[in-house]
Design a protein. Structure first.
Length: 233
């Protein structure tokens, strides 16, 4: 009930599976049907992903990726202009980008015609070390209406919830720390209980029990002066 009440003040997210080989007309027909049934207008359209689609009524060889992607990208752009909505799609990277840390247009698989049609092109980069630190990075590879080409933006990444968030000003040099999950809280409680039990069951040396290792505490300033005076004597 709480979710439904909050949902009345929020937007709607609809997921639709379509088999490989669909075109822009198939998406247009589904959206028209969705608007008629729900009375809602689509604000954002996400397609995953453009490489799996075919052009409308065009007999194009699968090997001619430049022409195929050119038709598909232009048809989807026209659909977004017709619906007056934000349109986002994804594209695969090729083999040459596996070991790269900076992406360019040559790392995009398929035809470069889809890059020419796009208004903004953003690369998403992460590595195992970055994921362990809770970091993602987006690289602005093309921006039609700004001067942000070449800029890199770091984002926070929660490995438990897979959520990507903006980093604050104080998080530029620190790893992203999210709210502790259930697993983390349980682990912390186990560590605290173990430390408390160890402290309570420690034996008293006065009763003849063995003494553990004693960590020596030495003033670093006095030790440094002592070592410097050794040569004088």
């Amino acid at each position: 009930m709480k979710v439904r009440m909050i949902g009345k003040k929020a937007g709607a997210f609809q997921v639709k599976y379509m088999p490989t080989g669909k075109n822009a007309n198939d998406i247009r027909a589904y959206l028209k049907e969705y608007e008629i049934k729900t009375g809602r207008k689509v604000d954002v359209l996400l397609i995953d992903y453009l490489d799996l689609m075919h052009p409308i009524g065009q007999k194009i060889s699968a090997e001619n990726l430049f022409v195929k992607d050119k038709y598909v990208s232009e048809e989807l752009r026209n659909l977004a202009m017709e619906l007056n909505c934000i349109f986002v799609t994804a594209s695969q990277l090729n083999r040459s980008s596996v070991e790269e840390i900076e992406f360019d247009h040559s790392h995009i698989s398929g035809g470069i015609s889809k890059i020419n049609t796009a208004d903004n092109l953003i690369g998403i980069f992460t590595s195992r070390a970055m994921r362990e630190r809770g970091r993602y990075q987006i690289q602005l590879m093309k921006t039609r209406s700004s001067s942000g080409v070449g800029q890199k933006i770091d984002l926070g990444f929660d490995v438990d919830t897979l959520r990507i968030v903006d980093l604050g000003e104080d998080d530029d040099t620190n790893s992203y720390q999210s709210a502790p999950s259930n697993g983390s809280s349980v682990l912390d409680s186990i560590k605290r209980n173990t430390a408390q039990t160890t402290a309570e069951t420690r034996e008293d040396p006065a009763e003849g029990a063995s003494v553990g290792k004693i960590k020596a505490q030495t003033d670093s300033t006095k030790l440094r002066d002592f070592l410097n005076n050794l040569g004088d004597e």
